[in-house]
Design a protein around this ligand. Structure first.
Ligand code: ATR
Length: 282
């Protein structure tokens, strides 16, 4: 790929950043669309995050993604915050405006819904209660997206109940908090089950959750994508329930940033998916 002196440059700020799949993902789109641009990993220590983010416009960057552990810090330092990012309490996408100011967005919920819509076009948030396992940053983005898309209620299940209550208070809307020990009961009559915790990830214990109470039409999804088919998704498949893996969320959350920085709406295709998959574990 040839990068000229006029190339648009973006990147991903994280610590560590070496395992991020975003350079591979955006690099694929840049090549596929023949765009004069680059997307680079930016290893930024938490102590220097603010300076580094402020330097983006000065270095001529068009923007950046922000990943662990900088998402909350990014919300505080940007000049303009999209209302959704403020509600969630985290920013994952920075856009440098024409005047050099920094705009913060959160595209995780967009990615979550985009993945479900692409994989299961017949699924609708309004179909029934959604069960969200976890109450961290990912759960916030997922719960906000589900309520905005018309879910009648979000049932929150988290090991630490205080975090679930805080999430419900901060976001506002129709929430029920279900104790961790009673999580199987939360599945009754649900239209969606999503795991937003790290349980089921490579090196982590699985999410222990009996799916017997879940209606046969309920969709099961996981934001964990390593492994692609988590123990939760295996259990769903064994019961004959529809399920969607979490890799698509990563792919779809990247779309708004790419469009803002490089001026082209990118497509999530099977070829992109397999190219990004090849980078997993490397
Ligand atoms: P993120 O911002 O990526 O969502 P996080 O804020 O660290 O990450 O949240 C991780 C989630 O996984 C939390 O809901 C956490 O539960 P607690 O709030 O009780 O910590 C959940 N989690 C992690 N390990 C867990 C475990 N062993 N059992 C149950 N829940 C776990």
């Amino acid at each position: 790929m040839i990068i000229s002196g006029r190339a648009r440059v973006a990147g991903v700020m994280g610590w560590p950043v070496g395992h991020s799949l975003s350079p591979r993902l955006h690099g694929y789109w840049l090549r596929a669309y023949g765009i004069d641009g680059a997307y680079v990993p930016l290893a930024v220590h938490p102590e220097t995050f603010e300076q580094a983010a402020r330097a983006l416009p000065r270095l001529g960057f068009v923007g950046a993604n922000v990943t662990v552990p900088h998402k909350e810090a990014a919300l505080v330092l940007v000049d303009h915050v999209e209302p959704l990012a403020r509600r969630i309490g985290a920013v994952n996408t920075l856009v440098v405006r024409a005047d050099g100011s920094l705009e913060g967005r959160n595209t995780d919920g967009f990615g979550f819904l985009g993945n479900l819509k692409a994989a299961r076009p017949e699924w609708e948030a309004a179909a029934g209660p959604a069960v969200v396992v976890g109450a961290g940053g990912a759960a916030r983005a997922v719960a906000a997206a589900l309520l905005d898309a018309g879910a009648p209620v979000v049932r929150l299940v988290n090991r630490t109940p205080g975090r679930a209550w805080a999430l419900a208070d901060d976001l506002g809307g129709s929430f029920e908090v279900v104790p961790w020990e009673r999580r199987a009961l939360a599945l009754e009559g649900a239209a969606l089950l999503v795991n937003t915790t790290t349980l089921g990830m490579v090196g982590q214990p699985p999410l222990e959750l009996a799916l017997d109470s879940l209606p046969v039409s309920a969709l099961v999804t996981d934001i964990v994508y390593a492994p692609l088919k988590t123990p939760l998704l295996r259990a769903a498949a064994e019961r004959g329930l529809p399920w969607v893996d979490g890799l698509g969320m990563l792919l779809h959350q990247a779309r708004p940033g790419f469009a803002a920085w490089f001026g082209r709406e990118p497509r999530v295709t099977p070829a992109l998916r397999s190219f990004v998959l090849q980078g997993l574990g490397s």
